[in-house]
Design a protein around this ligand. Sequence first.
Ligand SMILES: O=C(O)/C=C(\CC(=O)C(=O)O)C(=O)O
Length: 291
Amino acid sequence: MTDRIRSWTDTPSRPHFTPPPGAVDAHCHVFGPMAQFPFSPKAKYLPQDAGPEMLFALRRHLGLSRNVIVQASCHGTDNAATLHAIAVSQGTCRGVAVVDPAIDDAELERLHDGGIRGVRFNFLKRLVDDAPKDRFLDVAHRIQHLGWHVVVYFEADLLEEMRAFLDAIPTPIVIDHMGRPDVTQGPEGPDMRAFRRLLDSRPDIWTKVTCPDRLSTIPGWNDFAKAVAPLVADYPDRVLWGTDWPHPNMEKSIPDDGLITDMIPRIAPSTALQHKLLVANPMRLYWPEEN
Ligand SMILES: O=C(O)/C=C(\CC(=O)C(=O)O)C(=O)O
C-alpha cells in the first residue's frame, strides 16, 4: 500500500492576528475521508484523510468564519468530498469544482444546488495530465447563467501563453496564488509586472494572494510580504486570501497555519484592506445573495 502523505500539522500556532468577524478562508481543500470518498486513480499524490471536521477545527483555531473549498486535484472530477463538506457546514462553506468538460447542464445545476460557485482549470503538469483549453472554454460559457466564475491555476512561465485563453473566458476569473510569481524578484520584478498587466487587462480578473509557504524559500517569508503587499494595495477589491490547508504536497515542509494567518497584516496592513481581503471580496464572489 503506498504511504499516504500528511502535509499539515495538528498543532498550528495561535495567530497573533485576529481576523475580522465573518472572515473567509477562500482557498482550502478537503481530502476524503478516503473510505467514503476515494481518490482519483489519476491522483498525483495520495494524502491521508483531512475531512471537514478537521477543516472546521482549524477555522475555529484561526478565528475564521467561512471557507471556500477548492476541489483538490487528488479527487479529480469527482466533487463528492467537496460537496459533502459544504453540506455539513451549516451554510458556512461554498465550493469550486473540477469538472469533466463533458458534464451536462443538469449536473452543473446539481453542483450549484450543492454550494458550488465556480470551476477550476488547473494547468500544473505535476498535478493534472491534461488541460484542454478549448473544452474548458466551452465549460466557461455553460456556467455563465449560474453566475459562477472560473479559477485558473498556472505557473508564471505560462502566463504569456495563457493570455489568449484567459481573454476568451466570459466569466470573472480568479487566479490561484498570483500565478506563482518568483517573489525573490520583488514587487517590480518581471513576474509581478507581467501579472499586473494581466490584472489591468480586465476589471473582472481577481487573484488569491496566497501560499507564502509555496512561493517563498526564506524563513519568515519576507520576500513574499514585500512582493505581495503592493499588489493588495493596488487591487484591494480583487484580492482573496486562504490558508491552502491541508497544503497538498507540502509534506516535506509542512507550514504552520498560524504563521500563514499572521501574513495577513503584513500584506494588508490596514483594517480597511483586511476587511476587503477577508470579508467584502469573498462574500461578493461566493455569497452574493447576502450582499
Ligand atoms: O500543488 C500546488 O502547487 C498547489 C495546490 C495543490 C492543488 O492545487 C491541488 O492539488 O489541486 C493548492 O493550491 O492547494
